[in-house]
Design a protein around this ligand. Structure first.
Ligand code: C5P
Length: 230
């Protein structure tokens, strides 16, 4: 059976061998892998290139947030690495977002709204917005104004983002928890894979439910078939 490949697996790991063997097992079932801080600061560019050699799409999730000039040069360097996606924090402001957009090549720039680990209290405290919904609402407008390719948001905001952006922003969402995953962790605003896709997510970022699974192939096949039923 062929599946729509919607899953991006977050490689949050400090064990290179384990990560490589996981990729070999699951790569035919997924859209790509996400390299974030943990992987990147442990294995650096060398590790990044070894993963890229496996001919798999890479989401280089370094969540850039700095002054426009620094972002400009950072994005130029990232674009040379040719990841499929990379991320900037929308809270970096218009000039910063424009610099990111103007200096990318093929790489798609995703804007991070609010981390899916933040609840309303934290959003109010740090972003001075009444709630997550209000913040995401404003940030989607800023992402559109500054021509980002897509947005990273929690699955609970997908409907709203879709309504505001139509098909003008790709929606990539972490905070995905399949029903088989029984643990509770730092993710607060979560949803099942099938529901997130039915609301309009383009790609799902899933880490621990796959990377910590005793049978990651079975896990990803289950997720893919759940999505397919939509
Ligand atoms: O293990 P888990 O499925 O929670 O992994 C989610 C991944 O998505 C992590 O790598 C995390 O850094 C990332 N992420 C997130 N919330 C955001 C943006 C990225 O959880 N808003």
């Amino acid at each position: 059976m062929t599946f729509k490949k919607k899953v991006i697996v977050a490689l949050d790991s400090n064990n290179f061998k384990q990560t490589e063997s996981l990729i070999e097992k699951i790569k035919e079932y997924i859209f790509g892998v996400k390299i974030g801080y943990e992987f990147f600061f442990n294995f650096g560019l060398d590790g990044y290139k070894k993963i890229q050699n496996k001919k798999i799409n890479i989401f280089l999730d370094l969540k850039l947030h700095d002054i426009p000039n620094t972002i400009k040069h950072g994005i130029v360097a990232i674009a040379d690495l040719n990841p499929y996606f990379t991320t900037v924090h929308i809270s970096g402001g218009d000039e910063m977002l424009k610099m990111a957009f103007l200096n990318k090549k093929k790489t798609k720039i995703l804007g991070v709204t609010a981390l899916t680990s933040l609840n309303n209290y934290q959003v109010n405290k740090y972003y001075l917005r009444k709630n997550v919904e209000k913040l995401v609402n404003d940030y989607v407008i800023y992402a559109l104004e500054n021509k980002l390719d897509g947005i990273v948001c929690s699955p609970h905001e997908i409907k709203k983002v879709k309504k505001l952006s139509g098909n003008n922003l790709l929606i990539v969402t972490p905070g995905i928890r399949p029903s088989s995953y029984k643990k509770t962790d730092d993710q607060k605003r979560i949803m099942s894979p099938a529901e997130a896709i039915s609301y309009g997510a383009d790609y799902l970022v899933i880490g621990r439910p796959i990377t910590m699974s005793l049978d990651p192939i079975k896990e990803i096949i289950n997720i893919n078939s759940e999505i397919e039923k939509n």
